[in-house]
Design a protein around this ligand. Sequence first.
Ligand code: IVH
Length: 725
Amino acid sequence: MDNLSHDSHDSHNAHGAHNAGNHEVRERLQELRRLVEHHRFAYYVLDKTEITDAEFDLLYHELEAIEKENPELVTAESPTQKVGARPSTDFTEVRHRIPLLSLANAMSEEDLTHWQERIDRGLADDDGNVDASGENHIFVCEHKIDGLSVALSYEKGVFKKGATRGNGEVGEDVTLNLKTIAALPGQLKSVAMLDDGTLVSRARAQAEGLKCSDKMLDHVEVRGEVYMPVSSFTKLNEALTEEGEAPFANPRNAASGSLRQKDPAKTAKRKLAFWAYFLYVLDEGVKQPLKHSENLDLLADMGFPVEPNRLVVRDLGGVKKFVDDWYMPRHALDYQTDGVVVKIDQRKIWDKLGATTHSPRWAIAFKYPPEEAETRVEAINFEVGRTGAVTPVAFLTPVKLAGTTVKRATLHNADQIKRLDVRIDDSVVVRKAGEIIPEVVCVNFDQRPQNSQPFEYPTHCPACGSELARLKDEVVLRCLNIYGCPAQRLRRLIHFVGREAMDIDGVGEVLIEQLVKAGLVSDPGDLYRLSEESLLTIERMGKKSAQNILSALETSKNRPLAALIFGLGIRHVGASVAELLAGRFPSIDSLMAAAPEEISGIEGVGPVISDNVREYFSQPESRKLIEDLRAQGVKLEQDAGEAALVLAPTLAGKTFVITGSMARMERLEAEKAIKARGGKATSSVSKKTDYVVAGESPGSKLAKAQELGIKVLDEAAFLALLELS
Ligand code: IVH
């Protein structure tokens, strides 16, 4: 359709002239689509509301109004056409504008020297002379982060698309998942530009007193590494093990698995991070800085995280020093590195040297030697976790590995022991899996003692002797003696005092072990019966520390209800689920008395959690613990500040969608009223919706409800249902 034919229509509405030929209208349309997409994503995936529902509706209605007046501008991509579509990834293929090459490896310092010689030969003139300026010997050293490389494109400063490397030419579109990474900017900052269009880093502009203007770039491509911080990786693996699932072998696999989740909400929970390492500016008339190092500074100016330990060195000796200097300290970084990437600083030289089919000639990856060591297995022990998961651990003759002395290595599970055929007294190769948790790689069978016997996996719990079971779909063995098993009790006590739980300052794993050993504590309630006197019987405990502990215990009695629920250590009830439960039930008593559907009806809480909560409270031991805590003065309900509006769960399990405006209540209020009665308020109509509440001037949701045959309530009927009329 010819858009210009609409120029003669002088149409007006509440938002002014929304005329298709009008440039401003098109811009506004783009802006609105972007905003609506952004807030939908924040709401559905990140579980974050940045604006009120009323504000969202205003944006959405304005978008609808413009499209209604200018139907020729409606495209399939518009959020109005994807009714209620929850963002989902389909991993379509993306052809990279600039291919993502790989890097050649240098396994030794000698390899680095050969690389330099190749560079010199490549840059020599016909007589074999190398440019004496020395620029070809100035390098940037960067840590080689062990994650996965991605290509990101930004248009007019806004993140548009991101893809994995794939085969270097074609990757997978993981835009929505990338949007869940907090460190990855959604909106870029402007950069400094000289009059002739050359970009400069803010640092240089300031140091050299350069006169520059602010420039928001139109087309930017960024390359970098998505990774999982070591701290997140450790927590994730602990959680997976507790849940009976197989842990990830290293942070790279974890990052890759998380970035390629079909549901971005899952990626969002995985706490990925990002370092940027290449910038390509595609704007016409704009020139990038000549040095790679300054481009990295520019990336930081734009709001990208750039690894801070990068270093410009003046010759290959400097590279070797960087490699040596970081050999040990790199293990203390919160990201796993497997080497150093060395790049020639001067980008002009990049063009001169070019690339082979696989890798550029101007960069190389120095790889640290794999960190393995051989040692002897002294014993194989089994550790019982808080929820009864039993994991085998090899106790080793201490050996130096990757900067630490290793005494223990995980054997993961029974299958792994069988696969490796590890036996006591075997010589084994241990490696730091992702340089984090040491693991046994293989057995050196040549060293196996003659009288060696195959290792028998225990059939009974090493801590309490009860029979171990393998639950459906789990790889770990579990001790099901939840209350009797001393190991589980100990782990639960440690969990109870933890920061996100009762946060008892000064009481950690070591003290708990001592208290249990001394027979002073076996249940959380016992903690509150400790006295200065009894604490002083613990080795190296001073009067002052004892008093501090008692006062921390006293303070903990007033922890929020959610912290207490979390502290009980109910399976599948993590800190955020505990928040949800505490938000719905004003006290432990009401949670204990809740019907299963009241619990599973809470948004974000499913039947598995509901079953576990019910199972937990059905145990006499759990009830005894609650009564004991009550008797000790631990607060078991929300206080006035926390108390949400909680009413009888008359709408448990019911899903509502509100459309249009109501006379007696704001949208947000209506949603609160639904949630307070145990119902769920969502913003899109689907087959799962039970009621659509239609106020004044309802939107497309009403039509959709009618199409799907969903019950529609007007305001009066809705108020009656809430028992407010
Ligand atoms: S440059 C053409 N810089 O290492 C240049 N890569 O072995 C390719 N990597 O695929 C990338 N940190 O996944 C570069 N500072 C860094 C890097 C880095 C990690 C990864 C990246 C790449 C692989 C090549």
